[in-house]
Every structure is written in C-alpha cells, then in structure tokens.
Design a protein around this ligand. Sequence first.
Ligand SMILES: [Zn+2]
Ligand SMILES: [Zn+2]
Length: 225
Amino acid sequence: MAKTRPGVASSKSTPGKKEIESYTIRGTNKVVQAGDCVLMRPSDAGKPPYVARVEKIEADARNNVKVHCRWYYRPEESLGGRRQFHGVKELFMSDHYDVQSAHTIEGKCIVHTFKNYTRLENVGAEDYYCRFEYKAATGAFTPDRVAVYCKCEMPYNPDDLMVQCEGCKDWYHPACVGMTIEEATKLEHFACTECSSDEDVKRSQNGFASSPTNDLKVEAKRRKR
Ligand SMILES: [Zn+2]
Ligand SMILES: [Zn+2]
C-alpha cells in the first residue's frame, strides 16, 4: 500500500525480547498499556499525529521498547478520501498492524464509539471517535451501510448542526431546508416542507435536539446506503 509510516521496524530476531506491562511516555508521567490509544509522531512534521491502538509492548535486552500497534486512519488517509459527512475527529480502525519504537509516542488519546462521542459535553483535543472499520488494501468500510438523514441523504456528521422535523422525525441540515444556522438555533418548532403541508403534524414539545443518534428509531428505520 502507498501509505508510509515512520520507522517501520522488523522486530524479528531481536535478542532477549520480552513483553512488558507498560511504557511511560518520555518527558511525561503518562503510562501506556496494551489497549490504550496513542498519538505517534508523523514522519512529516507538518502532518497531524498518527493514531494507533497499542496491542502489545516489548522490550529487548538493551531496553529498547517497541510497541505492536494497530493503526487508525484519518479520512484523508483513506483511499476514498475525506467526505462531507466525516467529522473532524473521525478515525477508521484499520486492519493495518505495525511495530514502532515507543519513542514515536507523543501522547495518549481516547477513541470513543460514535454514540459516546456525540454525548460528550465537551470535546477535548484528545477525544476522537470511530464508527467504521477500514480495510487498508481495498478501501472497504464496515459497516458499509449507515443511517442517512435529510434531503441530501447523508450520514450524520457530528460537527454539523441538524434540526429535527416534528412530523416525520427526520433530521435536516439548515442549509438543505433554506435556513441559516443562526435561524435554526432560534427555532422552537420545525416541520420539513413535506410535513408542513400535512395538516396532521403532531406538535411535540421536544422536537429539537442536536444529535440524531439520540433517536434510535429514526436511525434503524432509515438504515440504507
Ligand atoms: Zn442535508
Ligand atoms: Zn417532516
């Protein structure tokens, strides 16, 4: 594959290699263990850090520490590139495994499930989310179908505000229904064009929230693509 990662090392035939419990990131008191997600220094200093999940940590007789890791890909690193519905903090869990020197670890991060990420009160620099697995060789995603919303039939991008129609319960991007974001945030009730021409729209008290993932019924019903 075309992607290059820094210092790809073969750990084959390293003498005296043994698995260790943890590694403390140089210059910090942060402890990394198997199962943790870490940020790794990119080969190109202008690029954002690589993100990986640590599978195993090993040290050799001279105490060189290597981490066996599984890469997360950012949308722009995938074969299909970044798409409109990909959030800024979106990562794909890849099937690309690697061994890296522990020195490339710059920090730790948290890769949330999509649902947990949309429920965070505040998104910190260390918060990411993953909703797709990605096959690096073919560019294929799992799942290959997700719920889509709005007239534009796009999967939910948690960076974008959406408004929920009180009639059909679908979610809409303000721009797709001819509103500005400012207008949308001031709305108390919203009905899409189809539903507002329908006289039987039931007025619900709480037709407005900021996350389609809170509405499981909508998600299940509209599962396609
Ligand atoms: Zn839309
Ligand atoms: Zn509607």
